[in-house]
Design a protein around this ligand. Structure first.
Ligand SMILES: NC(=O)c1ccc[n+]([C@@H]2O[C@H](COP(=O)([O-])OP(=O)(O)OC[C@H]3O[C@@H](n4cnc5c(N)ncnc54)[C@H](O)[C@@H]3O)[C@@H](O)[C@H]2O)c1
Ligand SMILES: [Zn+2]
Length: 362
């Protein structure tokens, strides 16, 4: 099948996202178009375990493959410093490029290194997780965590191109594949009713993600590219992409980034946001129930947390998705219709968290 190509329309910085089985092999062709001299590849231990040979065929042998340990706790400033120092030792110059071949952790961190190294070099994304293919690799958000919170340090630095090769998903652990589905469902709910209808259909047959991966990625990238083009630096509309993330991020932090994956935390966050939308009278109860038919089967394997609502509220206040210390919620009016900036009382949020505790117990 021909790969799908979606252009992120950012004027002179517009770039293609190429989606399909085997598209990593198009790397030399797309790299040549950047006019860069050398590409320095960064990946992680798990990716290399399965894909070393394939990566080696695409890489310039005069450069060294930088392989980082896996995990969110690598996403910190000291790793960015290490990467930059390794680039210096390899003689990387302004006219070179850096390739992030991995999940969202590698993408976010390598993107930041690319933005900072010699005040910015070309950045290329080769996402290897579903989550990175449908969301993290597109849109130019880069960053790392601080002990105080997630993604607190970062810049916008758009890639030159993105190759989303669905073959990488064949080696992705089930738990990670499932986590990526959280962002797929998020995209469907905030702006892709057609994708939601597709999810309803496939959920009846137990979700064959592999069979559907290209379509799912295409729809998500399509929506994300439109949102990013309208509001590249998240001054307004781009915030809809944070649906499920306000409570999600707090739960992720509560679990010390170990108990829940990012996607799993977003699943719980979406459940709470849907419940809150219903409770505030924004979302029709029957529609909320319909949405839950797609989400419910996905919740079963997710670890349940025993959290205290007040502490989650505190963690939410620390998140960068706050304005004047108040958490900013994305709520739903319907499938494909997300709203931001709805005034919320603390008591509404606390009540939603209490209900989430009950849902987790059931
Ligand atoms: N920049 C953005 O716009 C954006 C959007 C969403 C999420 N994110 C960030 O993305 C991160 C989460 O990304 P993620 O879920 O991809 O996590 P991840 O990068 O930690 O990858 C998940 C796990 O899968 C392994 N892995 C990756 N590809 C593999 C493959 N093909 N085969 C086998 N194993 C593989 C990794 O080593 C890791 O253990 C978070 O830090 C989050 O903040 C960023
Ligand atoms: Zn996310």
């Amino acid at each position: 099948m021909e790969p799908a190509i979606i252009t992120v329309p950012l004027g002179s910085r517009a770039y293609p996202v190429v989606i399909g089985a085997g598209v990593r092999r198009l790397f030399p062709e797309y790299f040549a178009r950047t006019g860069c001299r050398l590409a320095f590849w960064v990946t992680d231990v798990h990716v290399v375990e399965h894909w070393k040979e394939q990566i080696e065929t695409l890489r310039d042998p005069t450069t060294e493959l930088m392989v980082l340990p896996p995990g969110e706790d690598q996403k910190r400033l000291s790793t960015v410093e290490d990467l930059c120092r390794r680039l210096v030792s390899m003689g990387a110059e302004r006219g070179d490029a850096i390739v992030a071949c991995g999940g969202g952790v590698i993408g976010d961190m390598v993107g930041l290194a690319a933005a900072l190294y010699q005040r910015g070099i070309v950045f290329i994304q080769i996402p290897t997780t579903l989550l990175a293919m449908v969301d993290a690799s597109v849109g130019g958000k880069t960053g790392v965590d601080l002990p105080e919170g997630k993604n607190l340090v970062g810049v916008f630095h758009q890639p030159a191109f993105v190759l989303a090769d669905t073959e990488f998903l064949n080696t992705l652990p089930q738990r990670e594949l499932h986590s990526g589905m959280a962002e797929v469902i998020k995209m469907a709910l905030i702006g892709e009713p057609e994708l939601f209808a597709h999810l309803v259909k496939i959920s009846e047959h137990g979700y064959d993600i592999f069979e559907n991966s290209s379509y799912l990625i295409e729809r998500c990238v399509n929506l994300k590219s439109l949102i990013v083009a309208q509001d590249e630096r998240e001054k307004g509309r781009r915030a809809v992409l944070n649906f499920g993330h306000t409570i999600g991020h707090a739960l992720e932090a509560w679990g010390g980034y170990q108990t829940l994956t990012h996607g799993e935390a977003v699943f719980w966050g979406m459940v709470a946001a849907i419940d809150l939308s219903r409770d505030l009278g924004l979302l029709d109860s029957a529609v909320a129930d319909h949405i839950m038919t797609v989400i419910q089967p996905q919740l079963k394997p997710i670890p349940k947390l025993k959290f205290q609502s007040e502490q989650i509220l505190e963690l939410m206040a620390r998140d960068k998705k706050t304005r004047s210390g108040r958490p900013e919620f994305v709520l739903l009016r319907g499938v494909g219709n997300a709203v931001i900036g709805q005034p919320l009382a603390e008591s509404d949020i606390l009540a939603a968290l209490q209900r989430l505790r009950l849902i987790m117990r059931s």
